[in-house]
Design a protein around this ligand. Structure first.
Ligand SMILES: [Zn+2]
Length: 686
């Protein structure tokens, strides 16, 4: 590992901030915090913190000695001065005289001594920073250091590698007791340049930002060098099936098994989204004959617990030729995992006096020999964090096993961190959106109604895939949504293209819960004279296109076993034909009956099928030129033409999108047709 400190970059940042009245100490603290945060081998997803001791002017205009320490919720790679709240240093240091201090008391003292009362909560490791005398203090959970210290003889290994340059602190969970013991370890050997926190991570100190940072790099490099010496052979690979099933095949089975019944009532599920990883290191790890031992030994650093749980779920390698066998094995494995988790909770909750409330018992990391690993979360963002941390654990455990035997903290210690109130607070308390954990695919998402629908589902909390045969259009619309919206090429008139698109969705998110089958186009012609070829082309898109998409969606939904929702953009034409619109209305009428057939055939599987009949929506089907022509033909202006309905209001793509969202949420409604046309008695359903 090399230092990435560049003097001219640091200067540039100092000068830039100086122009905005940010002092040099803070600017340099920002600079090296970003360097640390930008290297995943040092810091992942909030797993580290930094501080600087400096002097500031308080709200009364008086000078105050403060500790500026990373605030909760800030990402080190993108930290700004506002992410380093200033706390009065003397108040923090006076706490050292106490014998004990609860986490709640610590947080209260820290908040009461913030210079800016609206600043974020200082890091949970603030006291440790405060008790050290050094101006700059850096803390990471560097992967190489974890490989060294997550060993039965980790302390001896550190003595050998660091030769008295680092103090060694036994494992204690973060908080007051750890800060106090760390200070004692430091004071017993004040020549040390940092501390190793056994089975947790590493601190380095410096009088300058550069010194503390470069000491971190040097100490981690020493760990890396040690990991290259006296390595045992890599994991022995277990016997694998001749052909393993694909990610798209295994993901929905696992996702379905990990969904829970929800208190929302019958048919409601609490689902997770999945992120897949399969690099060389991951495959080497999950394929190991001994994976059941080393993967179940616990976390590589307690910081991972809230995101990954303490243990991943291991399922058998999926034989492509025996999908039912795999499904049964996965269901049994998940049930065992949940039962073990309940027992773990009850055992440890009894130890702490029965005061904790159990989190959901489902895995957050699943290892699939022959395939790879999945991170699971209530959103793709959370799933990606779990997958990133799982990959870091794979690396740390692989290296730990190469030089010895991986060993974690005790079960009781893991529980104390998992159910530590301050860690739970990191997960955030904001109310979940109504479609959180659900995955929606929208066909024709490059167009006006499809894009509005994708936006509406994303706003309701779903992960969205935008399918369109115009990938550039789908990509633009996906980018506008941001988050994790995924553009996917899909021509619904081509069976292979539909299969590939739905495989892509299942691989990218783990499955599918909602299909909005929206792709369509209008053909015209007087029915007695129209060319048969025109009619067939329209049926290919406006009927078979819906059937192909629905069939592909149902396949994934049945694999999950948690129901689902098929939504179809039918049309007013399906019930109220327009003159010369036969080639468009006829397949749409067939699609209306397709909705009813799906509702009938799959109701028992919890799969609902509903339709929206929309009319006169400004879109690719009804563009400005057509609007002008039709308005003229009827002798009205364009505005009146668009408002030609009972309510006298123009109906928009957003109105159609909201109708789809409402249908997705209505768990007791199937075979329904919702009319979104501003009122048209001739097109009314009943
Ligand atoms: Zn830490």
């Amino acid at each position: 590992m090399k230092s990435r400190y560049v003097e001219s970059d640091a200067r540039k940042l100092v000068e830039g901030y100086a122009a905005r009245s940010v002092p040099e100490d803070i600017a340099l603290r920002v600079y090296t915090t970003r360097l640390l945060g930008g290297d995943p081998k040092l810091v992942l997803h909030g797993g580290g913190n930094t501080s600087v001791k400096t002097r500031t002017i308080d709200l009364m205009g008086e000078p105050a000695d403060v500790l500026c320490v990373k605030g909760s919720g800030w990402d080190m790679a993108a930290i700004e001065p506002a992410g380093l709240p200033a706390v009065r240093l003397d108040a923090l240091r006076r706490l050292r005289a106490r014998d004990a201090l609860t986490d709640e008391e610590t947080v209260a003292v820290q908040r009461a001594n913030l210079i800016d009362p609206s600043a974020p909560n200082p890091s949970v490791e603030t006291l440790l920073h405060a008790f050290m005398p050094h101006k700059f203090v850096d803390h990471t959970h560097a992967t190489a250091v974890l490989s060294l210290i997550d060993q039965p003889n980790g302390i001896e290994l550190c003595r050998e590698v660091y030769d008295g340059r680092m103090g060694i602190v036994p494992y204690i969970m973060p908080g007051f007791a750890l800060a106090k013991t760390s200070a004692e370890v430091y004071e017993a050997a004040p020549e040390v340049i940092g501390l190793i926190l056994h089975k947790h991570g590493i601190f380095t100190f410096g009088e300058s930002a550069r010194e503390a940072y470069e000491r971190m790099i040097e100490m981690v490099s020493l760990a890396e060098a040690r990991l290259q010496r006296n390595r045992k052979a890599a994991f022995v690979t277990a016997q694998m099936p001749q052909t393993t099933a694909s990610v798209a095949q295994v993901a929905p089975v696992i996702r379905g098994a990990c969904a829970m019944k929800d208190h929302g009532g019958e048919g409601a599920h609490r689902r997770l989204v999945m992120e897949f990883r399969a690099g060389e290191a991951v495959l080497n790890y999950v394929n190991g004959a001994d994976v059941a031992r080393y993967s179940q030994a616990g976390v590589v650093t307690p910081d991972h617990t809230i995101r990954t749980k303490n243990w991943p779920l291991v399922v058998p390698a999926p034989d492509a030729g025996r999908p039912e066998e795999f499904r049964t094995a996965v269901e049994a494995a998940v049930a065992r995992f949940a039962a073990d988790y309940r027992r773990y909770f009850e055992r440890n909750n009894a130890r702490v006096g029965g005061i904790k409330k159990m989190l959901d018992p489902m895995p957050r990391v699943v290892l699939v020999p022959g395939v790879g690993l999945f991170g699971l979360g209530r959103s793709l963002g959370a799933a990606r964090i779990a997958a990133d941390l799982a990959e870091a654990a794979v690396e740390a455990i692989t290296d730990a096993e190469a030089i010895g035997t991986f060993e974690s903290i005790s079960e009781a210690d893991m529980f104390d961190v998992e159910y530590w109130s301050l860690e739970q607070a990191k997960l955030g308390k904001e109310a979940e959106k109504p479609l959180a954990g659900q995955i929606a695919a929208i066909t024709g998402a490059g167009g006006a109604i499809g894009a509005a629908t994708a936006r509406a589902f994303a706003a309701a909390g779903a992960e969205v895939a935008l399918l369109d045969n115009d990938l550039a259009a789908a990509t633009l619309k996906a980018q506008a949504i941001g988050r994790h919206a995924l553009p996917v090429p899909c021509d619904v008139t081509d069976a292979a293209s539909v299969r590939a698109a739905f495989d892509t969705v299942a691989s990218a998110f783990g499955g599918l819960d909602i299909l909005v089958s929206n792709a369509g186009a209008a053909w015209q012609g007087r029915i007695g004279e129209v060319d048969e070829d025109v009619l067939r082309r329209s049926f290919e898109l406006n009927f078979y296109g819906h059937q192909r998409a629905a069939q592909a969606a149902v396949k994934i939904m049945l694999a999950q076993g948690t129901g689902g929702c098929l939504l179809f953009n039918v049309s007013k034409q399906a019930v109220n034909p327009g003159q010369n619109f036969g080639p468009y209305g006829l397949p749409k009428a067939a699609t209306l009956f397709l909705v009813r057939q799906y509702a009938l055939d799959y109701g028992a599987d919890g799969i609902r099928a509903n339709a929206v009949n929309a009319d006169r929506i400004r879109s690719g089907l009804l563009d400005d030129t057509m609007i002008a022509a039709r308005a003229k033909a009827r002798g009205v202006d364009e505005k009146d033409y668009m408002r030609g309905n009972l309510l006298g209001r123009e109906v928009t793509a957003e109105d159609v999108a909201q109708a789809f969202v409402a249908q997705a949420l209505a768990l007791r409604t199937t075979a329904d047709v919702t009319t979104v046309d501003g009122g048209n008695i001739a097109a009314a359903m009943r």
